[in-house]
Design a protein around this ligand. Structure first.
Ligand code: NAP
Length: 266
């Protein structure tokens, strides 16, 4: 039996186990997906232990994504992002960032053309992944963040990117094609990081927040006629990409989506 898993702290409410185990069932794999909650600061021992135990792959979430990026060899994209959310144990651990593919594949799944201008709100882990992914896809990226210095630092690392604070969002969005909320604003609340007046019908809006599925931002975006993509699509496609890295096989996207949405609604 192969063992995959998730390390984070906390991971109690993770919906990744049912999503991945649905894929193992459809593909006939003898595999399990389990969650681990190690203590912060223990990442070297955790990775060595997982490798020694023959664990086949790990997802990584808060607060370990940056620690793991420093502790393992990474693929070039994860290295540029500076955060790892997927580790494959082949000849030792290799780190990947599938949040980036999660953003791109979620938008493409909704027939969003990735050209023109993208505004990424947020400069933490999800914001970094979104900014690099959309720039690599060919978009001009603007990063807006509450702490402007973090937006500036990220934009300096992303080719052709610009940066600003949240107060410049209306200007930045006026000619934008894609908006990604990569802040935690809207998580379990009715708040939005983007004023409704800055939204318009030519935008595709992806919210990384997935609880609730319809955030205030997405409700506002739908009201002005924008295309909306909820955070479960990003969560799905980061998992799809991880499954494909680990197994070398196409993921059963529909089954994973169904299991994920069941888990999110229960
Ligand atoms: P993070 O590294 O802690 O970054 C948090 C970001 O949110 C920062 O840009 C921060 O701005 C901003 N922020 C926090 N509170 C704010 C407020 N009150 N007003 C304005 N900005 C605020 O977190 P992360 O890992 O990037 O995650 C961000 C969100 O994305 C979370 O909700 C997470 O669940 C979600 N996420 C979803 C997926 C998915 O697959 N759907 C994947 C990864 C993450 P400052 O820099 O100013 O503090």
């Amino acid at each position: 039996m192969q063992v995959f898993g998730l390390i984070g702290n906390p991971v109690g409410h993770s919906v990744s186990p049912p999503m991945h185990e649905a894929a193992y069932e459809v593909r006939g794999l003898d595999a399990r997906y389990v969650t681990f909650e190690p203590e912060p600061g223990s990442i070297e021992r955790v990775l060595a232990g997982a490798d020694a135990l023959g664990i086949a792959g790990l997802n990584v979430t808060i607060p370990f994504k940056e620690d793991v990026a420093s502790a393992v060899d990474t693929d070039p994209l994860a290295g540029r992002i500076g955060a790892v959310n997927t580790v494959a144990f082949e000849d030792g651990p290799t780190g990947y960032n599938t949040d980036a593919a999660g953003v791109v594949r979620a938008l493409e799944h909704h027939d969003v053309t990735l050209s023109g201008r993208a505004v990424v709100v947020g400069a933490g882990g999800a914001g970094r992944a979104a900014a690099f992914a959309l720039a690599d896809a060919g978009m001009d990226v603007h990063v807006a963040n509450r702490t402007v210095e973090r937006a500036e630092t990220l934009a300096a690392a992303v080719p052709e990117a610009s940066s600003g604070g949240l107060d410049g969002l209306a200007d930045a969005l006026s000619d934008a094609d894609v908006l990604v909320n990569a802040t935690s604003v809207g998580m379990e609340s009715d708040e939005t990081p983007v004023p409704k007046a800055a939204l318009h019908a030519d935008l595709a809006v992806l919210d990384a927040v997935y609880a609730p599925l319809e955030t205030r931002l997405l409700a506002d975006a739908a009201e002005v006629g924008a295309t909306t993509v909820d955070g479960a699509w990003m969560l799905l496609f980061q998992g799809v990409e991880a499954f494909e890295i680990w197994t070398g096989r196409d993921a059963p996207v529909d089954a994973m989506n169904e299991a994920l949405r069941d888990a999110l609604s229960s």
